[in-house]
Structures are given as C-alpha cells and as structure tokens.
Design a protein around this ligand. Sequence first.
Ligand code: ADP
Ligand code: MG
Length: 698
Amino acid sequence: MTIHKQHSLSDPVTVLHGVGIRLQEKLERIGINIIEDLLFHLPYRYIDRTVLTPIGTLRFGYNAYIQGEIELTQVRYGKRRTLLCRISDSTGTIALRFFFFSKAQEKGLQRGLSIRCYGQVRRGSNSLEMIHPEYHVLRDVQDDGLEKKLTAVYPITEGLQQTRMRKLNEQALITLNNDKKNMAELLPEKLLAKKKLPTLIDALNYVHRPPPNADTQSLTEGTHPAQQRLAFEELLAQQLSLLELRNELRTEHSPAFNVSTKFVPEYLKSLPFTLTNAQVQAHKTIASDLNKTVAMLRLMQGDVGSGKTVVAALAALQAIEAGYQVAIMAPTELLASQHYNNFLSWLEPLGINVVFLTGKLKQSIRDSVEAQLKKQMPVIVIGTHVLFQDSTRFAKLGLIVIDEQHRFGVHQRLALLEKGKQHDKYPHQLIMTATPIPRTLTMTAYADLDHTVIDELPPNRKAINTSVISNNRREDIIERIKYITAKGRQVYWVCTLIEESETLQCETAIETADKLTERLTLIKVGLIHGRMKANEKESVMQDFKKNKIGLLVATTVIEVGVDVPNASLMIIDNAERFGLSQLHQLRGRIGRGEIKSDCVLMYQSPLGDLAKQRLEIMRTSSDGFLIAEKDLLLRGPGEVLGTRQAGMPEMRVANLIRDAHLLPEIQNTAKKLLINHPDKVKLLIYRWLGKSLSYSNV
Ligand code: ADP
Ligand code: MG
C-alpha cells in the first residue's frame, strides 16, 4: 500500500499519483481539473462481476458475466471478416463475435481454455451471442476471482480507460476522507432527516464504492438513497441556477428589434403555403418579445412537422432587419446542413447573408466564416455546437436559436448566453423542441423559460397509420417494401438502439442493410449511421432526398428534423426497446407530404405486458404530449429501457423521469435557500454546474 501524501480536494489532479500532462489534458476534456471534480464525476452504471450467470439461463437484452470453455474459434470470411468464438458451460452455449480483432487475440482464444466475459446478451442467427464482450482468459480455473463489490463504470473520453478512472477515483476518495471539512454539506439537516437521505460525504463514498452488501438492484436502477441524495442536490443546483439566471436576465438589457416591415412580409409572400393559426400566434408572441429590451428566453414546443422552422426564420428576419446577427444551432451536422439549405433557399432571394459553420469544415473556410461574424454585419449563421467554441466571436449577436433543445444540456445553454453577451446586453434566445415535455417537468427543468406551444399541424398532413407487427412477419414486410417502392415511394428502415453502444447499433444497421440488399434487388438500399463521416451522411441523405435511394436503413441519427416528403413507409425494428417519445419522433419523419403514410412497429416476440401497452399507445395515438405523459407513467422501474432520454438535459446522476417525485420538494428547498442562504446557493451552483461558467456578474 502506497502512503498517499495528504492532498486537499482543491488541489489540481496533477498532484495525484500517475497523472502527467497527457492524462491531465484528457481529464480536462471531461471537466476534471481538481481532485474534487473526480468525486463529482459519478458512475453512470455498475457492472456486476460478483456472480457468474449460467449460460443456459441467459436472457437476451441483459448484461451478464459468464464463464465457459472455448469449444471453437474461427475467422469467418464473408462480407465482413469476423472472429467467432463459441464457449459453453454445463448449461449451454453462446457465441462471442468480434468485428475488430488482432492475430494475437485470435491465437489467445484457444480451444479448451476457460474464459470469462462480460457483455450484453444478444440474439444471434443461430444462438445467443455477445458482441465485443470484455473478456479474459482464466489462468487458474480454481481461483474464483470474482469481484466482491459492484464495479463502477464512469463516463470516459477517448484514450482514458475505466481502470485508470477507477484508480484516480480511489485516490480522490482517500483525499475526501482526509479532507472532509472541505466538502461542505449544503443540504439542510432537517431535509436529510425527513427524507432519510445520507450526508454528501457518505453518499459519495457509497456510489463510488458500493460495499459488498449493497442493494445491487436499486443501485442499478439509480434509486438507492445515496444516489437519490445526489440526484436531489443536482436537480436543486440546476433549479437554482435557472432561477438565478432568470432573475439576472430580468434586470439585464437586450437589444430591442422593431417589428419587421420588410423581410418578414416578403418572406411570408414567398412561401408556398399560409401559416397555421398556431404558427401565427407563436410568431406574434416572439415578435413582441424581440421588441422588448428584456432578453427573450423562450421554449417553443411543437410536434414534429408542426412548422417550427418557419417561425424561427421569422424571428431571425426581425433581428436581421434590425441589423443584428443570428446564430442557429442544431444538434447534428446533418440537421444543421438541412437547416442551412432551407434558410439559404428561403432567404438568399431576399438578399440576406446566410453562412454555415461546423467542425467538419476545412479550416480555411471556417476562418473565413468566423471572420465574417467578427464584423458588425447582419448575418445568419447556422451550425453545430462549434458556434459557441472559443474561436467563434460575434460582433453583434442579437438572437440565438437552438433547435432540438434536448441534445444540449442546460449549462451549454447558459454558456451560450454568456458568450453572446456584449456591452452588458444579452442576445435573445429561442429554443425549439419537438419533444413534448410533460408539464411537471417544464415547471422545474425549464423554470427559466417562457413557453410557446404550436399545437396544430399544417392542414395538408395525412394521418399516419401505425401497425404493430411481430418480427416473424418480416417476409410480409419485405413484400410490402417491394410494393411501395415499385410505386416510386421511399422507405425508412430504422434499427433502434439495441443497447447503449453506438458501435453495436451501427453494426446492426450494417448487417440489416446487407441482408435487405440481398433481398431487394430492384431498388437501391442506402445506409446511414452515426459512425459515418458527416459528408458521407450528407451525401446519403441527399441521395435519399433525390430518390436515388429507395430504402434507407438508418440508426436513430435520422431521429430529428430530416425531411423527405416522398418517404411514406417506416419500419422500426425492435420497437419495443425504445422510448415512446423517441418512437414518436422517428415516426414524424414520414407523413410529411401529400401521401398517406404507414409506420410498422416491429417487435421481437414474445412481448411483455408493459411493452404491449406501450406499443398500443403508439398505435392509437399521434398526440406527442399524450404519448409523453403515458411514457412517463408507464416507465415502471425494472423495465429495460435505454438510459438516455429524449427531452431531458444531460445530468450526472439525476434522471428527470425516475426522480420526478423529488421535484416538489426541490422547488420548496430552492425557494427557501434563495431567501435564507444565498451563500449556499452560490456554492451549490458552482459545485454542480458552475465550474465552466462565469457568474462574475451575478
Ligand atoms: P418541425 O416543427 O418538425 O421543425 P418544419 O418546420 O421542419 O417542422 O416543417 C415541416 C414541413 O412543413 C416543412 O417542409 C415546412 O416547409 C412545412 N410547413 C411548415 N409550415 C407549414 C404550413 N403552415 N403549411 C404547410 N406546410 C408547412
Ligand atoms: Mg425541426
């Protein structure tokens, strides 16, 4: 055991054993600068390596730790080279599949050896499989070598290993327990007692290193009191920061833009349709907000296809006419470029300068765009998060539009406001989301925002007919695709998130595309997934738009915003594994034109009761708000669902759906703290959100 020097929580991570400049840089990338930051870098899940699961009892979809003897290892050459390794114990057999492997790895997996693996159990073509499991070959089969505790899994970044993170965290915990006085308890004692919650220090120790007798189930679900306590504090900090920000903004000034008399009327005249009443209302509200010297901070919610972009364009025109710059930010390159093309075709004829800025652009192009923004010239810039990176400076930013808010965390939103601030004036901010956010959540998670809802779809929309079909009717569906595409229409085939790993999701999509290409010889099958380069995605999307691709196999990268009106059929594979709101978003990709559209929710049978109910809601409703409310209700604990949620800002421990029951108490506590303990308020915000933000002017 090494003797650790006594460090303090506020020391830079470089004082820790094993942290050199390279590691420090990596840590900095994920917001870890001082030792205390390591403690608030919380595990996002746990691996249970305390028990082995007999292979014969494995259930697909679940993660498991297994042990077996290697029966066969071979490289398969097909379209893709794969390494296949079959292992078995006395109860059953499972295949391990690797798409990327070395010669040494292949040699190491010799027949007869015993091996332990951890991974997600999937249904393969002939048997159960694990794809790219973590594994090690056992030297000594007698030694049980099982972990005594749950293993924490941390969010990491490229080039940073879990084991490294765990070791650093170990040192941080030692520091914490030697330097307790510097980890202030900020929650009222009464509250902790009433809610039976542990202190901060106990909670931190617990979640990083759950003891051997820990309640595995509740830890995995995130409902353990230690996690709930941290979630409470995190949500509280967030609530406080939003309230503070709102207060601050009320006292700050923003540039007021006159109601547009030139560009807005011209643009409206150029559109091939008239605005819906809901669009007119939203536009009026926003126009009057922009006309005030108080910063607008408005969330515009509207179902997919309700026409939010047009309303945003109207807001942009008002700012431009007043001589200001507008930044429009989208969550993905694809969506940004789609917006860019729309805005270009709409607004260039009006003589407005529209530019595009993403990280994937050539440096020289980027430089020239950035140079334009530094001039006091009205311009609309559309891009991804690079818009608020350090190198980008705006000379006269008057309005920020954020599309699909849920991909941006709350603190990114705040950082953006800070960034746009000039001469003590904040730009106005309009946030658009298609994800209906249940009212209970808007009250708290978006407490700093005013709300506008576009509750009406353009009149030309045809209802989408949704059906729920078992996976063993795949053949029928393939026939249907042939029929539809023969008529010149197009089809989406969406491979949903089988598990959290994006790589696996891409693998599934690649496999599916291969199979469908074999079956559908008369049409071109395209493929789009998150691992592709932005320009590749862009060109596939363009081909799909131009109807050069008849069937597009996609991962959920198409979830937001993509607009191809000729696509009239969507098949969602493994639909039961998906959140309802996300399904709703996906479904919104069709029914965008004059053609009647169909959505097929395909499930792996057998389907559980809860899953049945959920899919039934999708079949019978097209109301995004209703779907969101039901989704919230039906997400019983224990139901296997992706942990990522649409519509929710990113948080370290809290989960707005799971922890919704804490919200009333959090609102209460926030109010009390603001009145009685402004000092604690600052500390809380700083602890959870504030490190990258400047609150110097608060
Ligand atoms: P979303 O709210 O999902 O962002 P968009 O703004 O992308 O929706 O609009 C979806 C489609 O509907 C676009 O092709 C857009 O041009 C069209 N659209 C918008 N408003 C109307 C309207 N009032 N009448 C007819 N079509 C409209
Ligand atoms: Mg949109």
